[in-house]
Design a protein around this ligand. Structure first.
Ligand SMILES: *Cc1c(COP(=O)(O)O)cnc(C)c1O
Length: 379
């Protein structure tokens, strides 16, 4: 039996007519840039993320770049983030001439360690601290970072927060006693609609959300070359626009997102159960924290026999993926930052042990049990 990481063809088959109709309507209108579909999706995503404002952008990467630009991050600034993430988080900081300052992770959640962040902030000199403009927590694999501790810490030090929620649309974490959605606790939240994300377009796309009207207006300006009125440029922006076809398709898909999320959660629970007696080591299943809504963009197990297990599963037709094999502080392009191996032991150990199993919504129970059975057989 062949098991892919994701089955977008199955998803498409289930909503094909609606998608084609939505695309057709845009084609008939011949209105491709910043029209009614983008405006509609912005309203829907703002409501879905419990935020006042949303802006459709060209990708998750551009969402992060635009958010950093919106906060005025540039040459000589420092931005703190996790070393264990997709490259875009750190890449956008560096592209603006700012310096990424990395923090290790909590090995249980894969997310930035609140202890590590607190320790770093308390160890910086006043001069160093004055250059820190923002913190970018990443809600990795679909579970939010520990915002209950990160938000007060950032408030204490006067730092802005950009949530990299590219993998976490609709996820929640407890904050001051109630559940809060990804994107709503920071100054700006960033989503990606890359096809493999929980809400995926038919190409690249992304969104920024915020509750701050000033930041919203600034990012809106920057999204289209900083021009207002047209051809009069107040600031240097870029072309960070989402297009109408993507927005129309995403509006259709958004209606199904919660159902898909529930199926991912059910799959994850089934894996938890089937792999539970292997959890003492050699295999650790991912932990959904109490009060959190984990949306399982990925279901990542940890095992010291990661590479052997991956080839064994591949040999049996089961696709898996390694997110991520090398933390940011050890990337060649960041050598100039001067980090060294063993500096962030939890992220480094995780990189060597993590393996994402297929958890997509269309995956039937039989298929999932087949994968779990192979893993049990391996051990
Ligand atoms: C996917 C992703 C991004 C970038 O999104 P794109 O739409 O691919 O540009 C950024 N950060 C994280 C954590 C991601 O997973």
């Amino acid at each position: 039996m062949n098991v892919p990481m994701l089955d977008l063809k199955a998803q498409y088959a289930s909503i094909k007519n609606e998608i084609r109709q939505a695309v057709d309507e845009v084609l008939e209108s011949q209105h491709f840039i910043l029209g009614p579909s983008v405006a509609k999706l912005e309203e829907e995503i703002a409501a879905y993320s419990h935020c006042r404002y949303a802006l459709g952008v060209s990708s998750g990467t551009d969402a992060i770049l635009l958010a950093l630009m919106g906060l005025g991050v540039g040459q000589g600034d420092t931005v703190i983030t996790t070393t264990f993430t997709f490259f875009a988080t750190a890449g956008c900081i560096a592209r603006l001439g700012a310096k990424p300052l990395f923090v290790d992770i909590d090995p249980v959640t894969f997310n930035i360690s609140a202890d590590g962040l607190e320790h770093l902030l308390s160890s910086l000199s006043e001069g160093e601290l004055s250059r820190v403009k923002a913190v970018v927590p990443v809600h990795l694999f679909g579970q939010m970072a520990d915002m209950g501790r990160i938000v007060p810490l950032c408030k204490k030090y006067g730092l802005k927060i950009i949530e990299d929620a590219a993998q976490a649309i609709g996820s929640e974490c407890p904050y001051e006693g109630t559940a809060h959605r990804a994107g709503s606790l920071g100054d700006i939240g960033c989503f990606s609609f890359f096809p493999s994300k929980n809400l995926g377009g038919i190409g690249d796309g992304g969104m920024v959300v915020t509750n701050d009207p000033t930041l919203y207006e600034k990012m809106k300006l920057l999204r289209a070359h900083g021009s207002s009125p047209k051809y009069y440029h107040k600031v240097v922006g870029g072309n960070f626009r989402l297009d109408e076809i993507q927005a129309a398709v995403l509006s259709v898909k958004l209606k199904y997102l919660d159902t898909w999320t529930e199926k991912r959660q059910k799959n994850a629970q089934r894996y938890d159960c089937l792999l539970s007696d292997l959890t003492k080591a050699p295999l650790i299943t991912p932990k959904a924290l109490p009060g959190y809504r984990h949306i399982y963009n990925q279901y990542c197990i940890r095992t010291e026999k990661r590479d052997e297990l991956k080839s064994y599963l591949a040999g049996n037709g089961v696709s898996t993926e390694i997110y991520y094999p090398l933390p940011m502080h050890l990337q060649e392009c960041f050598a100039y930052l001067g980090y060294s191996a063993r500096q962030f032991p939890d992220a480094e150990k995780t990189s060597a042990e993590t393996l994402a199993l297929p958890v997509y919504p269309e995956m039937g129970t039989e298929v999932l049990e087949h994968v779990a059975g192979l893993i049990r057989g391996f051990y």
